[in-house]
Design a protein. Structure first.
Length: 223
């Protein structure tokens, strides 16, 4: 019985550890990719909210409105194809003084895409997204692809992944993930896509309330 109890505790601990690793990439991963930006440490209680996959009519507009209520600035990593579909929403990001970044034209997975196709897709997005920032979709990019992109962009990763897109996670758990790992200088990832909507709306609202109460400010990543 004791052994069963012990192994159950061990398994639960392991599970928590694994989920922590997914939410916040460990040092070993970050140092293997030290030319990427994982966080922006500072003493001024600044947090960097980022949103991937927009612009989208329902989610992005709700985010813009909600950020405004807290006087919060953020960074939107846009998919070129969506920018073409919703140019007015894309323009609203910059009109509201948020930052934008390149997230490829067709949301390509770098591991599954050859060098030329990946770079061409990045260039296609670069023609319509005016930014010095890039984030690889799924966080998956080969060294050769990254090396080329780093010639002209900063590659912005994160140290807090909200997992808002994971429908096995409740909105409350999603906010708990954020609370457990966020500190001054954190780069937090949300998604302005339909799959993440329920978790994102709850967790974003809570994050804005919780950290505003603690006198944190929300800044964009300078382009
Ligand atoms: Zn994405």
């Amino acid at each position: 019985m004791l052994i069963i109890n012990y192994s159950l505790t061990y398994l639960l601990k392991m599970q928590k550890k694994i989920s922590d690793i997914i939410v916040s990439p460990p040092k070993i991963v970050r140092s293997a990719f030290s030319s990427f930006t994982w966080e922006l440490p500072n003493e001024q209680n600044k947090i960097y909210l980022t949103f991937d996959d927009g612009p989208t009519p329902h989610q992005s507009l709700w985010i813009i409105k909600t950020l405004k209520q807290f006087n919060a600035k953020a960074t939107f990593f846009c998919v070129g194809n969506n920018v073409e579909k919703y140019p007015q929403i894309y323009n609203q990001f910059t009109e509201d003084n948020h930052s934008v970044g390149n997230h490829t034209f067709n949301h390509l997975n770098g591991f599954k895409t050859n060098y030329t196709d990946y770079i061409n897709n990045f260039i296609k997005a670069d023609k319509i997204i005016d930014s010095k920032l890039f984030r690889p979709p799924y966080g998956r990019i080969k060294k050769s692809q990254a090396k080329e992109i780093l010639n002209s962009k900063r590659i912005i990763m994160w140290n807090v992944l909200s997992l808002d897109y994971n429908n096995k996670i409740s909105p409350q758990q999603c906010f708990e993930n954020i609370k457990r790992h966020t500190k001054s200088g954190s780069i937090i990832v949300f998604h302005d896509n339909q799959k993440a909507e329920k978790n994102m709306k709850y967790a974003l609202q809570k994050t804005l309330e919780y950290y505003s109460d603690k006198n944190y400010i929300f800044e964009k990543i300078n382009n």
